[in-house]
Design a protein around this ligand. Structure first.
Ligand code: ZN
Length: 231
């Protein structure tokens, strides 16, 4: 069962094995950001912590982020993620959120930043006043999946470059995997790494990942699983 840990008065993280998801509360509404991998009861877990009306948003729809989605009739996500969501058996009505959109939970504006590459409709969410960036899987210090269907290394690199342009608006990053939290300097480091991968200059080795042959491109601060051979 996912373990809830309070980050501050109005914010919780849920540690669900190798993945985490978040609960953000304003004065009027609460937002669950993803629903983990082994947490079909994510909605109930959140409702134990807040009595506010509860919304769901997905950073993206890989299976380790949607296990509790079915308890919700509607889901905020990028429209570019809907096909991926359906392909994972996702149900519910999509409430599209687009780059620059602000969702206000009541005294807590959250800004959507399109962040495609890891998946077509990956988003990051900026907790504007708290100066926290919720980065989904795109910025983290584990191994970031960039191989196979729905992934795109070039888009990912462009998204990192764009995230870096918001650097003066966040002091800390809350990722869905790896260490919690991470510092903003991880963004330019990942960009440096993925740029080396694009140029064919990264230290990549072929590895077997649950039956798929992929390239593992490992750096001191994080790594990438990329297509093998390089596309
Ligand atoms: Zn993930």
């Amino acid at each position: 069962m996912a373990e809830s840990i309070r980050i501050d008065r109005d914010t919780w993280r849920f540690e669900d094995g190798n993945v985490r998801f978040f609960l953000l509360c304003g004065t009027e509404k609460a937002l669950l950001l993803d629903t983990g991998m082994h947490a079909p009861d994510a909605k109930e877990l959140a409702q134990k912590l807040t009595s506010l009306p509860l919304l769901l948003m997905n950073t993206h729809c890989d299976p380790d982020h949607i296990s509790g989605n079915r308890a919700f009739d509607e889901i905020f996500m990028s429209p570019a993620e809907e096909e991926h969501h359906r392909s994972r058996g996702g149900t519910g009505r999509i409430r599209p959120v687009r780059d620059g959109d602000i969702l206000d939970l009541g005294g807590r504006p959250l800004m959507v930043i399109d962040n495609p590459g890891h998946t077509p409709g990956s988003i990051a969410l900026l907790d504007v006043d708290a100066r926290v960036l919720y980065s989904g899987d795109s910025v983290q210090d584990g191994i970031i999946y960039l191989f196979g269907k729905y992934r795109d290394v070039d888009l990912y690199a462009a998204s990192l470059a764009r995230l870096a342009t918001f650097a003066d608006r966040y002091d800390v990053i809350y990722p869905c995997h790896g260490s919690f939290p991470v510092g903003p300097l991880l963004v330019p480091r990942l960009l440096e790494g993925i740029s080396a991968v694009q140029r064919g200059e990264a230290p990549c080795v072929p590895v077997d990942l649950r039956g798929s042959k992929v390239r593992l491109c490992k750096f001191p601060y994080a790594g990438f699983y990329c297509d093998y051979p390089q596309r």
